[in-house]
Design a protein around this ligand. Structure first.
Ligand SMILES: [Zn+2]
Length: 388
């Protein structure tokens, strides 16, 4: 039967937004358990951001243990270590603080404290278990992990970035305090901001899009087009940082409810095999992939062009769509996104990996959400087009 109304939006039960929202969330964080495992990376672990979190936990007289072993995009071995520390310290909930990697890790660690087996056993399955609570505190504006039911964990043995999902993975509390992200370096601001842009555009063109996620996606794209160049060139610009944090939150809600498509599907294998940061590999593929589905997504691109003010009433959809794609290309140029070749990836190694990457991209299921049908052959063609 045809659905006549949109599905409800799934979001964390508590979302705190704005400067000092970490302090405002203190009471709710305290209600999550008695002893927290704070999951982070070594850099944030030694930064004033951690000092601010510790001050909040101590003001509530909360017990906690810090695991700062998330040294890059998370792997199954990092998750296993975190689970061991959680159990040894008798923690009963997790707080992820940092970029997408510590947030994804906190979700995965919380899941694996109750799910049987190892995390790699859950690749391609849905994680459904009665998990300890998770508080997500992003310090970068991009992944939206604080509001999604996904976690991306690399299986080191098989060299794949696993896309693990399940409603249980949705954090219980998200704290989006843009002041925690003021010191993010420009390269991280670009990568994460373009990840959020990719989330918003992909959810808008997704076959799972709803009127609610469309509205959030358009809002996110407007903020990103307007404020990412400023946040990138002047990280101390608080207004730009705040707008980017809001955009990332909106775009995260979008993908949680409407999913990503072929760009993310093809981006994960590049990250797994060539260690390109997630947002950068998305941006390297974005123009090629969006152009490839232009005929199917034209109306949505035209909507975005009008929303960001690059097309007007004189433009038909084809002209407006072309103007949106040009704006997206220009934003990637402003953010100094290189091609795969210019990034330094060896051409022979890349093309040797294309068949495996195309297989893994299709196997992830994400390309199925695109408005056009994609097969491995298409992905091989798009990888080749994106290389140079
Ligand atoms: Zn992403």
């Amino acid at each position: 039967m045809k659905k006549t109304f949109a599905a409800a939006l799934r979001v964390p039960s508590e979302i705190f937004v704005g400067a000092d929202s970490l302090q405002e969330a203190a009471g709710v964080i305290k209600s999550c358990g008695t002893k927290a495992l704070v999951v982070t990376g070594p850099h944030v672990g030694k930064s004033p951001i951690m000092a601010r979190l510790e001050a909040v936990l101590e003001s509530e007289r909360m017990e906690y243990v810090v695991f700062d072993g998330i040294t890059g995009e998370p792997t199954d071995t990092m998750i296993a270590t975190g689970v061991r520390i959680y159990r040894d310290a008798a923690c009963d909930f997790c707080i992820g603080v940092g970029g997408g990697s510590p947030l994804d890790s906190a979700k995965a660690i919380a899941a694996m404290t109750v799910c049987p087996g190892e995390i790699a056993d859950y690749n391609g399955k849905v994680i459904e278990c009665d998990m300890p609570k998770v508080v997500a505190v992003p310090t970068t504006a991009g992944t939206g992990s604080e509001v999604t039911k996904f976690t991306i964990i690399t299986d080191v043995k098989r060299n794949i970035k696993m896309l693990l999902k399940g409603d249980s993975l949705l954090p219980d509390v998200a704290v989006v305090d843009y002041t925690l992200g003021l010191s993010a370096p420009a390269s991280v601001t670009a990568a994460t901001g373009l990840d959020a842009l990719t989330h918003a555009i992909e959810s808008l063109v997704s076959v799972k899009a709803t009127p609610e996620t469309d509205a959030l996606a358009v809002s996110a794209v407007k903020r990103i087009m307007r404020y990412l160049p400023e946040a990138y060139t002047d990280g101390s610009n608080a207004e730009a940082r705040e707008q980017m944090a809001l955009a990332a939150l909106e775009a995260g809600v979008c993908i949680n409810n409407s999913s990503v498509t072929v760009v993310h599907g093809m981006s994960r294998p590049i990250g797994a095999l060539f260690h390109v940061p997630h947002g950068i590999s998305n941006a390297m593929l974005l123009g090629v992939c969006l152009g490839d589905m232009e005929a199917e997504a034209r109306g949505k691109y035209a909507l975005l062009a009008r929303a960001i003010g690059v097309a007007g009433s004189d433009d038909d959809d084809a002209s407006a769509s072309a103007k949106f794609l040009a704006s997206e290309d220009e934003l990637c140029r402003v953010c100094n996104i290189p091609t795969l070749k210019a990034y330094g990836i060896d051409e022979a190694a890349f093309f040797a990996a294309v068949p495996k990457m195309a297989t893994d991209a299709i196997a992830s299921g994400s390309p199925l959400n695109a408005p056009k049908r994609y097969c491995e052959e298409d992905c091989r063609r798009l990888y080749a087009a994106a290389f140079a």
